[in-house]
Design a protein around this ligand. Structure first.
Ligand SMILES: Cc1ncc(C[n+]2csc(CCOP(=O)(O)OP(=O)(O)O)c2C)c(N)n1
Length: 405
């Protein structure tokens, strides 16, 4: 088990002369303070060169950067719609600020292929980042969130019920907790079928206080299931700090009590998240059982929607008027925004010579255009009709009484 103090220690089991010399350089950099300006670089200075990050091609690193940007610009565009377009019906629990978590985890998963071979993701009431990172069709997701008939789920699921099994995105879940038991159940099914698939549950810090947190982890360990529990500790559940409902500073300590391998990572640094997820996936696929990853992160908007936000600007500041107990100080939000996952991932790619600043800016413009056209298409789609509400509710035609046959 690792905790926050040793989460950044070197995890290299194939060290060769190259990593020796690189480590020497990193030690020197740490001593001279040469590499300290971003979280990613601080991880390097601590000696965590990201063993698994070495398996990432330049192309994949750029795709991860694109994914982070897609999530970010989806959020920003949707927030602007909510703030300025009176005809817009959609809503969201915004994920901005947490992009590196979904991106780093999903980059370590199998996302293409037949349903009985891909890895599954169970999401939460804050689903758009997980969905985009798992590879859903973004225009269709945007249409779904605005109740359009051609949306991903026919327009009557909307934000808290989006799902796309074709990419292993089992879906959002409006209930805090129960999905994790189902996710562990999927992992049990994989084991029973002899499949090497992995089941991932995303969760917020609020799930610690639900019985399903404990039940899912206990059973996952008892049966050593290929299950990964990714807890995104963004410090608040709804309007209360997590210390109101959890006695641990690191919620991973609670998972460790079940005998589960745990890892606490900087959730703003996509490479750290990827490394932890890759290790967890390798463990799960090789029969080594579950892993609990706690990603320390932060959300830039309030719990739900865009109160406190301004069109064209990132984040929401001031107190949420809907919250009686909100105590998120503006300084705290701004301090976290200084360690922005978009900036950190861009800096890592530029530092590593994968792209330069000009190419990074171009990629961001390409993503902005892609998201703008997703919204343009989605908002021109037909709305659901009242009759649509009854579609897919009742079985149609003759239904075999399979339970007796
Ligand atoms: C069983 C249940 N209880 C209460 C709620 C209301 N609710 C919705 S989101 C939320 C807070 C969740 O906080 P956290 O798990 O930390 O996730 P975050 O919103 O911070 O991403 C609550 C209490 C719910 N959806 N389900």
């Amino acid at each position: 088990m690792t905790n926050e103090d040793n989460a950044h220690t070197l995890r290299c089991d194939d060290e060769g002369p190259r990593s020796e010399s690189r480590r020497g350089f990193l030690k020197l950099a740490a001593l001279t303070g040469a590499v300290v300006s971003t979280t990613g670089s601080r991880a390097l200075a601590n000696g965590d060169i990201g063993f698994f990050a070495k398996d990432l091609s330049d192309e994949k690193l750029i795709n991860m950067y694109r994914t982070i940007l897609r999530i970010r610009w989806h959020e920003r565009t949707q927030a602007d719609q909510m703030l300025t377009n009176p005809d817009y019906r959609g809503y969201n629990h915004f994920y901005a600020g947490q992009e590196a978590v979904a991106t780093g985890v999903c980059a370590a998963l199998r996302n293409d292929g037949p349903f009985d071979q891909i890895d599954l993701v169970y999401s939460t009431h804050r689903p758009s980042g997980h969905a985009i990172a798992k590879g859903v069709d973004i225009p269709k997701m945007v249409a779904e969130m605005d109740f359009r008939a051609t949306g991903m789920n026919g327009g009557y699921g909307a934000e808290m019920h989006i799902s796309d099994p074709s990419v292993g995105f089992i879906g959002a879940d409006g209930m805090v907790g129960p999905g994790h038991v189902t996710a562990a159940g999927s992992a049990f099914a994989f084991r029973a079928r002899g499949s090497d698939q992995v089941s991932v549950a995303f969760a917020g810090d609020g799930t610690y206080a639900t019985p399903q947190f404990h039940s899912a982890l206990n059973n996952a360990k008892l049966l050593d299931l290929p299950f990964i529990y990714v807890l995104e500790n963004n410090l608040y559940h709804q309007f209360a700090h997590y210390s109101y409902s959890c006695p641990h500073k690191n919620i991973a300590d609670a998972a460790a009590a079940y005998g589960i391998a745990t890892e606490v990572v900087d959730g703003q640094d996509v490479i750290q998240v990827y490394n932890a997820a890759k290790e967890a996936v390798n463990r799960a696929r090789s029969g080594g059982g579950p892993t609990f990853i706690e990603a320390k992160t932060y959300r830039y908007y309030n719990h739900w929607g865009a109160p406190g936000a301004k069109a064209g600007e990132l984040g929401a500041f001031g107190y949420d008027p809907l919250a009686i107990t909100s105590f998120r100080p503006e300084r705290e939000v701004r301090a976290w925004m200084q360690r922005d996952p978009v900036d950190i991932s861009r800096k890592i790619l530029v530092d590593w010579g994968v792209i330069d600043d000009a190419r990074a800016a171009e990629i961001e413009e390409e993503v902005k255009a892609e998201i703008a056209s997703a919204f343009e298409w989605a908002l021109s789609q037909p709305l659901c009709t009242p009759e649509d509400g009854l579609r897919h509710v009742f079985a149609e035609g003759t239904v075999p009484a399979r339970q007796f046959g």
